[in-house]
Design a protein around this ligand. Structure first.
Ligand code: MN
Length: 261
């Protein structure tokens, strides 16, 4: 139902992301495209470090400032980069705004990123439940974004990569239309990540398509033993949903938030 697509995405190893621009034509679409351009500079590296990713955030903010001086605009940026630590591969998850990163493993869908939104704050302090949040009038109001204002303040998570992982990165145009259960079902039905990504978008558009919809589905490709280019090693093998919950609890405590965008 939108005249302008302000979303942009990047799916090029080692980085996969969605950016949802805000500010209208010639602003929001520019902001999200600048994010993709800067993160695309990591393309082709075997893996990325948190410094690499943070530098992309910083450069994107500078370019948004230069290109759109004074105009109120910005973009969300959510995604994963393949990272390495002591010989093992990790998902380096990053987020600013309310696009999302989910991990789907053995039929279990789990949101990794934490939204920077007014509604998320209300959920956190118990003022709303999940059902009320879905229809709250302020559900699109962000508490953090990447824009012309303050310095970028992304959240990061380092997650050991497992051989059965499937990662979904999406804009709120998907999660605004489809429930987690519906998303999980599609991820289980389509073995091919391209088909899964397209089906998710198709269903969201069929459900109303009130917003731009962007999805990236990332699967782990296992490499032969001894392949020095292997991006996802065995370190995360056998990591079940239980182990995952334990690890996540300590890693996702949101930092103090600001309402300045
Ligand atoms: Mn959106």
């Amino acid at each position: 139902m939108r005249a302008v697509n302000e979303d942009a995405l990047l799916a090029y190893p080692p980085v996969f992301l969605v950016a949802d621009g805000m500010g209208g034509h010639d602003a929001g679409d520019v902001a999200s495209r600048l994010a993709v351009e800067e993160f695309a500079q990591l393309a082709g590296q075997p893996h990325a470090t948190s410094d690499d990713v943070h530098a992309c955030f910083t450069r994107t903010a500078e370019r948004i400032r230069e290109a759109l001086d004074g105009r109120p605009c910005g973009t969300t940026v959510s995604g994963v980069a393949v990272a390495e630590h002591e010989g093992s591969s990790y998902w380096l998850v990053f987020n600013v705004g309310d696009s999302r990163v989910y991990r789907w493993v053995e039929g279990h869908l789990r949101q990794i990123s934490v939204d920077h939104s007014v509604v998320q704050e209300m959920l956190d302090n118990g003022a709303l439940d999940a059902e009320q949040a879905r229809s709250h009038p302020e559900r699109h109001v962000l508490t953090r974004a990447l824009g012309s204002g303050a310095s970028p303040e992304p959240d990061y998570w380092m997650i050991p990569a497992g051989p059965h992982d499937r990662v979904l990165v999406c804009s709120d145009g998907l999660t605004g239309e489809l429930s987690d259960a519906a998303i999980s079902e599609v991820l289980g039905l389509f073995a091919d990540p391209q088909e899964a990504a397209q089906e998710l978008v198709r269903l969201a558009v069929d459900a109303g398509g009130h917003d731009n919809v962007s999805t990236v589905v990332v699967d782990v490709a296992t490499a032969d033993a001894g392949d020095t280019h292997m991006t996802v090693p065995r370190a995360g093998a056998g990591l079940g949903p239980g182990a995952w919950d334990e690890m996540l609890d300590g890693a996702t405590v949101p930092r103090a938030r600001t309402r300045e965008i």
